[in-house]
Design a protein around this ligand. Structure first.
Ligand code: GAP
Length: 601
């Protein structure tokens, strides 16, 4: 099931991300690189906070998980054994008109009338026919035409001149190719009836179909129920123009009503090619010679290096089953339709855990990890109510998996996958054992038996989670300005744990040296423990607003009370403002590190 989409909200989010330095299009000044994104100063902090928290709860706070950081460049044998070389592909279809590529299963079923065109030919006269026309139209008063200067529009003018001079009763054509062809065919027939020189016959022969451009490809267009039928012909003409027919004339072979078809481009009705497998892996070459022997892949998932290093890590860590190996890192996929901002990219990061276990523990651990991962999202500020667990149906699951959940989030563009939690059985280790000839078995000291461990894999996307955090945090509300009047404000309500900047520090006035000095002293006090931002420019309300917009959860203001000018008891205290409630409390400067640490951890 899909949730309603909110395009406007998404547009505001994308624009905020650029305006405030979260995410930029990669290679933007050169027109952008589709499917690649650069994180700006705030984006990189948000991303790091997410990855650090994942690493903390998945590795540091557990006895049964260790980490690794594998290479991106991957030996083809690894991905052959894992099944990626053969099978990591999507069935793709191409639009025959625009060459746009789509995933076959993402084409919505459509109903309408299918027009099939064939025998396409160019109404434009051939060079030989043009030459003949020029001769036939020549008069003593006019200079002779040279072949190189005649265009197809001139050709119609020449034709009209011949009609006039010979007093023929052939109506002038419209600009439509069919009408132009009809005009020249009638002219050729009339001229052949009354030849005055060799040029009449030369024109007839020159305008025969065999001398003009033709395209033998039939082409089909769907006109959806309710759309104008004239669209079909225009679309077909564009198709044949791209196949170098300047003025295409087609014959309509058939017109048939068709229901729920996925064979046509939903944007323009043009026919799609039959589905073909398209491998999503990106490859490159190592060394000086770029041939098959130097080919390597950019890993499509981080998981495979974990499986390949399983034995080494088992030996060095001396872990007992069940135990896991975690990794965060880049993955690359040549996605056909990168879309929805960073949601589907070609270069992205994953946070993956391969949790190895005994076969009989697999299904139970699948449930365990699903719950752990749901808790994780709640702990970074994504409420349970906006998360959904999809039990992947048998027919959509990888053949080796006996259970998979997708954790989905309600993005403004619909409910979409954030993370997959899959029980992958012993498939990966067995495959690598078979292909490498090296034992990847585990020796059970209690039973004295050897076996290939099974694995449960929670696999999350960093970029998708960052996007979910931004989408979840984005809100607009009303807040009072300096004069007390209500104004609308944009606020990113990040959980303090992931917020890029934890605390902003403001001197009430920038031209009052003791206030500035104290504020800078506070920055120094906090800086080693959290990200801090110092801002002295503009009215204080405006400074708060700027921080709200980037999601800074706390604001510290140094005012005259801090200097003890009004009440000595308040010396060295500051106001601490909460972004969401906008409430301010007065706290001692020396307590700030502890208070803030507690709230941002
Ligand atoms: N090792 C299992 C695996 O890679 P996956 O479902 O293909 O499974 C896991 O990917 C996660 O990686 C997804 O849930 C998603 O968060 C992220 N991911 C996959 N493809 C992505 C893409 N093209 N752009 C951004 N994130 C992607």
């Amino acid at each position: 099931m899909n949730t309603p989409t909110d395009t406007q909200r998404m547009e505001k989010i994308v624009s905020l991300c650029k305006r405030r330095g979260f995410i930029f299009q990669s290679s933007e000044i050169y027109g952008g690189l589709n499917g690649a994104w650069d994180y700006g100063p705030l984006g990189v902090e948000l991303k790091r906070n997410l990855k650090n928290y994942w690493w903390r709860v998945m590795v540091h706070e557990r006895d049964d998980v260790v980490g690794m950081d594998g290479a991106i460049l991957t030996h083809p044998a690894v991905l052959k054994a894992s099944g990626h070389v053969e099978g990591f592909s999507d069935p793709m279809v191409d639009c025959r008109l625009t060459n746009q590529r789509f995933k076959a299963d993402q084409i919505p079923p459509q109903t309408g009338t299918v027009f099939t065109y064939e025998f396409a030919r160019d109404a434009t006269p051939s060079d030989e026919a043009l030459l003949a026309l020029a001769h036939l139209a020549e008069t003593d008063a006019e200079p002779p035409f040279s072949k190189t200067t005649i265009t197809s529009l001139d050709a119609v003018d020449l034709g009209k001149r011949i009609v006039e001079r010979r007093k023929l009763t052939i109506p002038a054509p419209s600009k439509e190719p069919d009408s132009i062809e009809m005009f020249f065919l009638s002219l050729s027939a009339e001229l052949a009836r009354n030849p005055r020189s060799e040029w009449e016959e030369r024109f007839r022969l020159g305008y025969s179909v065999s001398e003009r451009g033709v395209c033998g490809d039939p082409f089909r267009v769907l006109v959806r129920t309710g759309e104008s039928e004239s669209k079909a012909k225009k679309t077909a003409q564009t198709f044949y123009q791209k196949r170098r027919l300047k003025l295409p004339v087609m014959s309509l072979l058939s017109k048939e009503v068709i229901k729920e078809t996925q064979g046509f481009n939903p944007d323009n009705g043009a026919e799609l090619t039959p589905p073909r497998a398209f491998n999503l892996m990106l490859e490159t070459h190592l060394g000086a010679v770029a041939d098959e022997s130097s080919k390597v892949y950019l890993r499509p998932e981080t998981a495979q290096s974990i499986f390949v290093q399983f034995k080494n890590i088992l030996e060095v860590s001396r872990k007992k089953l069940p135990f896991g190996i975690a990794q965060i890192g880049k993955a690359f996929r040549n996605e056909i339709n990168p879309r929805n901002f960073t949601f589907r990219s070609r270069e992205f990061e994953q946070m993956e855990l391969e949790y190895f276990c005994r076969p009989e523990q697999g299904m139970e651990l699948l449930e365990y990890w699903k719950e752990e991962r749901l808790k994780f999202y709640e702990n970074i500020g994504i409420p349970r109510s906006r998360l959904h667990v999809l039990t992947v149906p048998d027919e959509e699951r990888a053949f080796y998996s006996t259970g998979t959940y997708d954790i989905e989030y309600e993005f403004p563009f619909g409910r979409q996958e954030l993370e997959g939690v899959a029980y992958r059985t012993d498939y990966d280790l067995s495959q690598h054992q078979k292909a490498s000839g090296k034992s990847l078995e585990y020796f059970d000291e209690e039973t004295k038996k050897r076996f290939v461990p099974h694995v449960v894999e929670p696999s999350a996307g960093v970029d998708r989670t960052v996007l979910a955090l931004i989408c979840e945090a984005y809100s607009e509300d009303q807040a009072p300005n300096e004069k007390g009047a209500m104004e609308s404000r944009i606020v990113l309500r990040f959980h303090p744990r992931v917020a890029p900047i934890k605390c902003a520090v403001f001197p009430l006035l920038k031209n009052k040296e003791p206030l500035v000095a104290k504020a800078k002293e506070i920055v120094g006090l906090l800086r080693s423990q959290m990200t801090v931002f110092y801002d002295e420019s503009g009215a204080i309300g405006r400074r708060y607003r700027r921080q709200d917009e980037i999601g800074t959860p706390f604001g510290v203001t140094v005012d005259f009370e801090t200097l003890g000018e009004k009440d000595p008891a308040l010396r060295d205290t500051v106001t601490l403002r909460d972004r969401d409630s906008m409430q301010q409390e007065r706290v001692a400067i020396q307590d700030l590190p502890v208070i803030l640490q507690e709230r941002i951890r």
